[in-house]
Design a protein around this ligand. Structure first.
Ligand code: ADP
Length: 289
């Protein structure tokens, strides 16, 4: 597997030299492979957003390096614009950044800046709209006539339309209703499967990330505490609690059953997995036939 992003001893300090100096990211080193789906979790203030903003050069590290495809992104500061095309960033409440007359133009803004035009541009816009589940007829509307969920999708489509190698999403479902959350997440999963690009998703929902991430970055007080496959992260419930984090509810219930001496497997992540584990158990005990 080839490495797309490598962080080497990365550090960031807010208000350096002032009484409010704050080390937000402290000596983080890790490697992310092409095509991985990475979850990023950590208590509020643990440094997740600061870390993400260093990945595409929005913030310049105080220490260490960000290597994209093996090259230090700050080696030629004039080329940082190209890095921003390669590492697409969706912030919290991205819909506030919509400003064009039509949804189409808003989605086209990034790819036009990249130099796309004609059929190539049209294809990029329409595919991105489709990935986020926006119906083609909405493309000619004003972004301000869309519902909250649709605006969110239009903003995300604008980043996807640039076809970034790495897509970073910071709490993309914040503020959406449960149905809207579910739909948007499944669109992101489909995008990842079909494009096979690398995705980093910052979230407070352990249930969501347990279902979809290959590996998870756990941040605590600016430090990288874990970077492990999802099942291994959630098998360490006690450590997570010490960082102010929880395991998914179903993982906790299965852990409690295990503590009561019931022979269920470790590290169950979803209700479906729990269901089949319990079914197996009942069958083994001859209580189902
Ligand atoms: P998270 O995304 O995990 O909530 P952040 O990266 O936003 O964490 O913040 C990490 C730390 O840096 C926190 O202690 C936060 O208060 C501090 N911080 C974030 N942004 C700023 C800022 N603009 N100025 C000063 N301190 C900041």
């Amino acid at each position: 597997m080839s490495c797309v992003l490598e962080l080497k001893n990365l550090g960031f300090v807010y208000g350096k030299g002032t009484p409010f100096e704050k080390k937000a990211v402290d000596n983080v080193s890790l490697k992310i492979n092409k095509g991985e789906f990475i979850g990023v979790i950590g208590h509020t203030g643990s440094g997740k957003s600061t870390l993400m903003q260093m990945l595409n050069g929005l913030m310049r590290p105080a220490e260490g390096q960000v290597l994209l495809d093996g090259a230090d992104i700050w080696e030629k500061p004039k080329k940082i614009r190209e890095v921003r095309f390669k590492v697409g960033m969706v912030f919290q409440y991205p819909e506030y950044q919509l400003f064009e007359e039509t949804v189409y133009k808003d989605i086209a803004f990034g790819p036009v800046n990249q130099g796309k035009q004609g059929d190539e541009l049209d294809r990029a816009v329409r595919e991105a709209a489709d990935f986020t589940g926006l119906k083609p007829k909405l493309l000619e509307k004003s972004p301000f006539d869309l519902s909250g969920g649709e605006k969110r999708r239009a903003a995300i489509a604008g980043v996807i339309a640039m076809d970034p190698e790495v897509l970073v999403l910071d709490e993309p479902t914040a503020g959406l209703d449960p149905m809207g959350r579910e739909v948007l997440l499944s669109q992101i999963v489909r995008y990842h499967k079909e494009r096979q690009n690398t995705v980093l998703l910052v979230t407070h929902s352990m249930e969501d990330i347990a279902r979809i991430a290959d590996r998870i970055i756990v941040m605590n007080k600016g430090r990288l505490e874990m970077f492990l496959p999802t099942r291994e992260v959630f098998a360490r419930g006690e450590e997570l609690e010490a960082f102010g984090l929880k395991v998914p509810q179903i993982t906790g219930i299965m852990r409690q059953l295990k503590q009561k001496g019931i022979d269920v497997p470790d590290g169950v992540l979803t209700v479906d997995e729990a269901f089949s584990a319990l079914l197996d158990l009942l069958q083994k005990e001859g209580r189902l036939w």
